[in-house]
Design a protein around this ligand. Structure first.
Ligand SMILES: [Zn+2]
Length: 266
């Protein structure tokens, strides 16, 4: 499931269309369009110039402009990648996969929205204010939030730390994989109550989050190297890469959670 580092990777893919004019939009499956029909989506974007894509949490926003050097704004495309979405850049004439749902055509190539399960997809912000409306429920982006606000937002209500980290209205961008990796790095039990965390614990979590996201963004995903917890998620014999203790797998808030009972004691 795409989380902040993956969406940052898709942002870099979408950057290939920056400053380019949309020659046409092919909607191969309108089920990935949210709150907009094919005809309106195609008409709104045809002949527009894609601006610099930016990200908030797991959302990617691509503003457009009417002329090559104009300030980009609306309409804008907002992408949420759900469980299986991605952006891919392809040369012309390449084979179109059956899960390529929307294809944006540019002179140097195609930007394709690919999605197997179609749980979310592409939105159209028709006017400037509509981007803010669509993102209104989100908390600050996990890559940009400062330590003080991070601690303050996480401890507003008493709940398990993993659930709080994954709540997009508290903090935007972390999903199941990032949350497990972060808690393991910071040696915090996934069910520990947020209100029991000390100021030092919260500082440590913030520091580890910054470091983890920096490395994961560079890789375009949470790396599955042997030194990362994520590298052991699918191993037949799951052992902690730090202390070799057998990892535990439990459900927290309905999500499969991997943690080390020795490093992350309650
Ligand atoms: Zn351990």
């Amino acid at each position: 499931m795409p989380e902040l580092p993956d969406v940052e990777g898709f942002r870099r893919v979408a950057q290939r269309a920056e400053g380019r004019q949309v020659r046409g939009v092919q909607v191969r499956d309108a089920q990935v369009l949210r709150g907009v029909g094919s005809a309106e989506f195609q008409e709104a974007l045809r002949r527009r110039y894609f601006g610099e894509p930016w990200r908030c949490g797991k959302w990617l926003v691509i503003p457009t402009a009417g002329a090559p050097n104009a300030e980009p704004g609306a309409p804008a495309v907002l992408a949420h990648f759900g469980m299986t979405g991605s952006f891919e850049w392809c040369g012309h004439g390449g084979e179109v996969h059956r899960h390529d749902r929307v294809v944006f055509d540019f002179a140097p190539g195609e930007l394709r929205y690919h999605d197997m399960r179609k749980l979310t997809g592409l939105h159209l912000a028709r006017q400037r204010g509509e981007v803010d409306e669509l993102l209104a429920e989100l908390g600050p982006d996990a890559q940009r939030i400062g330590a003080e606000e991070f601690g303050e937002r996480l401890t507003r209500t008493r709940r398990g730390i993993k659930a709080a980290l994954m709540d997009q209205s508290v903090l935007a961008g972390l999903g199941n994989i990032c949350a497990d990796e972060l808690l393991w790095r910071a040696r915090v039990h996934p069910n520990r109550a947020t209100t029991e965390l000390t100021a030092d614990d919260l500082d440590q979590l913030h520091r580890e989050m910054r470091a983890m996201l920096r490395d994961a963004v560079r890789a375009g995903r949470v790396p599955d190297d042997a030194s990362w917890l994520t590298g052991h998620r699918d191993a037949p014999d799951q052992r902690c890469p730090r202390c070799s203790t057998a990892l535990r797998r439990t459900r927290v808030g309905g999500r499969g959670t991997l943690w080390c009972p020795a490093c992350q004691s309650d």
